[in-house]
Unconditional design. Structure first.
Length: 169
């Protein structure tokens, strides 16, 4: 339930925050609540993926295209993720989720999420590949990008993401 509330709060507050470009970075501040904590008294590893989900919705909202996506009946889907953990986030600690689109290919978008604890230290870093699926199937990234009103080519795909992509196909 708290995850749903986080998502709703993110959509509402992101609507009033400054817009960002399709390749811009969205930064979202959250707090670790008791239901995010595991027996080791820090944020449980799986919850970081949830934080990244909320970060991607914040990104879509701040790009100004979430309403368009919903009207078209498109839904975001995740096709894979990798994550590395560094520093713990403790109960009730504020933290930041920095999200951006790194690049895309003919099918997938590749996102980077950096989660920093209250001290600004790297807590976790993840890459996610995702796409939009509409009533007629997958939506090509170039069609999605056109919703922003811009024609943008993908930045070059970083070598680590290219290697990861090649293991997923």
């Amino acid at each position: 339930m708290v995850v749903l509330l986080r998502l709703i709060k993110s959509i509402i507050t992101s609507t009033f925050r400054p817009r960002i470009e399709p390749l811009g970075e969205a930064v979202l501040t959250m707090r670790a609540w008791p239901n995010d904590i595991d027996l080791n008294m820090h944020v449980t590893s799986g919850r970081y993926l949830t934080f990244m989900d909320v970060g991607r919705i914040d990104l879509l909202t701040r790009m100004g295209i979430l309403r368009k996506v919903v009207k078209l009946g498109w839904r975001p889907l995740v096709g894979g993720s990798t994550i590395m953990y560094r520093k713990s986030i403790l109960p009730f600690e504020k933290f930041r989720v920095r999200s951006r689109v790194v690049c895309w290919d003919e099918k997938w978008f590749y996102f980077e999420h950096i989660i920093e604890n209250a001290k600004g230290e790297l807590s976790a870093m993840g890459n996610v590949r995702g796409l939009m699926r509409g009533p007629k199937g997958n939506v090509a990234p170039k069609v999605f990008i056109a919703l922003t009103g811009r024609e943008i080519d993908s930045p070059p795909m970083p070598e680590p993401i290219a290697r990861w992509r090649d293991t997923q196909t």
